[in-house]
Design a binder for this molecule. Sequence first.
Ligand code: KG4
Ligand code: ZN
Length: 334
Amino acid sequence: MSITILGIESSCDETSVSVCRDGKILNNIIATQSVHVEYGGVVPELASRAHLRNIIPTLKSCLNASQTPLSEIDAVAYTQGPGLLGALLIANSFSKALAYALDKPIINVNHLKAHILSHFIDEPKPVFPFLCLTISGGHTQIVKISDPYSMEVIGQTQDDAVGEAFDKGAKLIGLSYPGGPLVDNNATKGNSERFTFPESSVDGYDFSFSGIKTALLYFLRDHLKDDPKFIEENLYDICASYQGALVNMLFKKLEKAARQEDIDQIAIAGGVSANSEIRRRLKEHEESHGWSTYIPKFEYCTDNAAMVAMAGFYQYLKKDFGQYTDTPMPRMSF
Ligand code: KG4
Ligand code: ZN
């Protein structure tokens, strides 16, 4: 008997719907919101309204493209949290209403676990146990995964997420939002050793990214005092050096965790895993550290419903269903 799961994601600024049949993703439609660009960051109320406008057209195009009538859906999986409350509310209420109308169960999915399960969409899949560095605009974690149902956070940021450090740094440099991809792009033409930024040191496998952002602020302010064209004339090297320091901090902790936990299966997930320097360093570690590394396809790195449908599939096998009365959980933990 085949199992068909509808996945719905609306935790931040991506409205996405996907269909998963027997653990295979049939398709994954993502409606990205451009309304936030002029504000330099995601505006929660605008995100919520855009989800409301997008959710039905996104669902329709997903069902059409995958040739799946609603009658074939066995359960509706949606992101319950963590995320923005107003944004989460849309998938939560929509999924509950749809599941109720279809008389099917709902499945409450944790967005961060879903990012990790994006590694099970395509081949090759990581071998258990593996470590996943989840890096996004809201989260920075090292997670130890023993099987799809046993995930343990062994390290995390104590303040800003690394995506936030990219975006806030980009803003200071004068780049638009989201700045992560722009820093990445400019950095490819720059020298990462030209400038030095202080890398934080925190215990264990934890991270801290707020100090480096302040260091960049003072660094730019001091140089601009003497030379108003400093950023313009040094843009590539500033981006490369700032990005280099962020990536160094990530890899120090990842290397430490891999060594101490004695695990050489290393995965990355979340929007920041699109970063070209992180991808290059990861590949380099296959040779230098004997790691087997796993990076999801680009469309599964940023927020998407395919990972939610995949998480829903695993939860369906365990009959891990929610209630029609369940509410969104903006601070949902593991
Ligand atoms: O996972 P995601 O799509 O949304 C969240 O759940 O946060 O991640 C978005 C984050 C943003 O901070 C964005 O700047 C960052 O991912 N990002 C990048 C790159 N592409 C996206 N950061 C650095 N380099 C990139 N190429
Ligand atoms: Zn995410």
